[in-house]
Design a protein around this ligand. Structure first.
Ligand code: HEC
Length: 131
């Protein structure tokens, strides 16, 4: 819980300051409301789901593009995060009572359970404004 709850946002913030990039994790069924996808990210996540349904290996699902708005270019990268065995303790179908209790306290609107091994848990997102 500590790593997902505290360390991940800290690491993301550190990388962002050092390289001028925004780094985040998102999901169609997010636990933290800050991790909800925006419009283009939702489209990519749905595309990842469609590719997986068509037989693609979820570890290989990636997306990148450069978009131009208001005269500036933005680089966008996403990489799917598959659900591993260790993730099921906190994102699986049956959680230990103490784990469930902690999650319910910290995240009353949690939607990030009922995952199975190999499901797409979410995605890493990297964006960077280019000059
Ligand atoms: C010990 C419990 C625990 C385990 C194990 C765990 N997570 Fe999480 N996960 C969390 C919590 C708590 C959050 C909410 C973090 C936050 O507040 O940003 C979270 C959030 C996430 C998010 C961000 C999207 C969202 O739902 O808010 C992703 C993606 C994610 N976890 C993937 C994984 C993957 C993949 C694994 C296994 C490799 C994993 N987690 C294992 C507890 C856990």
């Amino acid at each position: 819980m500590e790593v997902c709850n505290t360390k991940a946002p800290q690491i993301a913030a550190k990388v962002a300051t050092e390289a001028g990039m925004q780094v985040s994790r998102i999901s169609l069924k997010n636990r933290n409301s800050d991790n909800a996808p925006n419009v283009w990210q939702k489209t990519v996540l749905e595309n990842f789901e469609a590719r997986k349904a068509a037989g693609a290996d979820p570890t290989t699902l990636e997306f990148s593009e450069i978009v131009e708005h208001d005269g500036s270019k933005e680089f966008r990268f996403m990489k799917a995060i598959p659900t591993d065995g260790v993730c099921l303790a906190c994102h699986g179908e049956s959680l230990a009572n103490d784990v469930q209790a902690t999650i319910t306290t910290l995240y009353p609107n949690d939607r990030a359970t009922d995952y199975k091994l190999g499901d797409i848990r979410g995605s890493f997102v990297v964006t960077k404004m280019l000059h």
